[in-house]
Design a protein around this ligand. Structure first.
Ligand code: SF4
Ligand code: SF4
Length: 132
């Protein structure tokens, strides 16, 4: 009891263990694995990342009337949902061109922009993908 009182008293003069987030940003570890980044110019459209993604947060959806000069893209457009992503890195491991076509940055998803619109848009893409 006496020891606890001393501990409580000394804690009054210590710095807080918590930070004033989001006003004070959280320092990330240099190995932090965050948002997936895509390098369209290096992508070979093998779709290995899409197949490897456990929650389905990468979708290659057909584009209507793709331009002639983009035939190498197989008429597909890359889409990524950062709110579905679990940052496991499986897509990057599956990609034959890691660091060029697909890599995991140390960026965090923004907590401020999530809205129903993100999900609504994603449902449309999933539907298009199923109809493919
Ligand atoms: S990090 Fe994991 S969840 Fe996120 S897109 Fe890649 S495979 Fe999918
Ligand atoms: S695995 Fe890599 S190269 Fe293949 S479609 Fe995905 S990003 Fe492109």
């Amino acid at each position: 009891m006496f020891t606890s009182l001393i501990k409580a008293f000394t804690n009054l003069f210590k710095k807080p263990q918590t930070i004033d987030y989001p006003l004070t940003p959280i320092l990330k570890d240099k190995e932090y694995r965050g948002l997936i980044e895509y390098g369209e110019a290096s992508c070979i459209y093998c779709l290995k990342c899409e197949k490897a993604c456990p929650p389905g947060s990468i979708l290659f959806v057909p584009v209507e009337n793709p331009p002639e000069n983009e035939k190498n893209k197989k008429g597909l457009q890359y889409h990524y949902n950062p709110y579905l992503c679990i940052y496991c890195g499986e897509c990057v491991r599956a990609c034959p061109k890691p660091d060029e076509a697909l890599w995991q940055s140390n960026k965090k998803p923004s907590i401020a922009i999530k809205s129903d619109k993100v999900n609504e848009d994603w449902f449309v893409l999933e539907k298009l993908k199923k109809e493919e």
